[in-house]
Design a protein around this ligand. Sequence first.
Ligand SMILES: Nc1ncnc2c1ncn2[C@@H]1O[C@H](COP(=O)(O)OP(=O)(O)O)[C@@H](O)[C@H]1O
Ligand SMILES: [Mg+2]
Length: 322
Amino acid sequence: MITFEAVRKQFPDGTVAVDDLDLELPTGRITVFVGPSGCGKTTSLRMINRMLEPTGGTVAIDGRDVRSQDPATLRRGIGYVIQHAGLFPHKTVLDNVLTVPRLVGRGRERHRALELLERVGLPAALADRYPAQLSGGQQQRVGVARALAADPPVMLMDEPFSAVDPVVRGQLQEEFLRLQAELGKTIAIVTHDIDEAVVLGDRIAVFRQGGHLAQVGTPEELLTKPADAFVRDFVGRDRGYRGLSFQGSEGLVLRPLDGVALDEQGRPVGVDGTFRAGDSLRVVVDLTLTSPTGTAVQVDDQGRATGLVHHHDVVDLLEKRR
Ligand SMILES: Nc1ncnc2c1ncn2[C@@H]1O[C@H](COP(=O)(O)OP(=O)(O)O)[C@@H](O)[C@H]1O
Ligand SMILES: [Mg+2]
């Protein structure tokens, strides 16, 4: 676990970038630092690997003050990924990834680097290219592969997916979550994008101007119980809709399948999308809002239709839960 205890960072010019920060980043989970620009996210991140030193309080990893550890040794256990990947332009993709294991002095390096590239979704054929010959998304993948090269238990990522277009960003986020499900690293990610925070975070820390922590909690807690007006504004007007992702569809009263054509197995025909009993209300609402009849068909595990809901039914259910 990484802990911030009463951490403060004041720069020599007097700017207080982080003020009295208390925060815990659980082991093996993703904690996202989110907030508007200039509110101290990057500064907080950099105090974990001693790129910056706090002017007050303590940052500790598993109970050990990071200041008691030699910076070079400390950083071997901490992968670091930045926006635009920060690759060495004059080194090939492979050599960029190899930078780290060479520092650590491991054998079988080339093989491992190629394996890592494959893991982050890059074909081995790209290994001998230079960064400028890659797309932004590919460069960002190389940056992740490089950070993973020494197999560090901790990863710090500063706006890792911000420089790529939304479609590629979505793919990178998805692949990253798949990788993390296997690796179980302790990860801190900085972003200014609340949607990214909700997708990636097990826990989200919302920062506000002046380096204050506004709220920390699960995505669900932030969306459904914002601590104050600042957080409510920051998570956005459509938080009610996004919050539906965390509400199950159990308790919806199903209507008869009037007007729904079924095949011999009882599966609906000519329906764009269906939901299952375990799906969230957001899935159901998405379906009802895009269906010309305002309805969505529920199916069982075999795909057989079990009933119909109208979007009014969802509204009624939400009324009841309130
Ligand atoms: N080296 C520095 N000297 C003085 N002020 C700095 C320095 N680095 C960052 N700051 C200031 O500290 C505040 C927080 O910066 P930063 O942590 O980079 O914010 P964020 O990552 O949330 O956008 C900003 O007001 C920024 O201008
Ligand atoms: Mg920043």
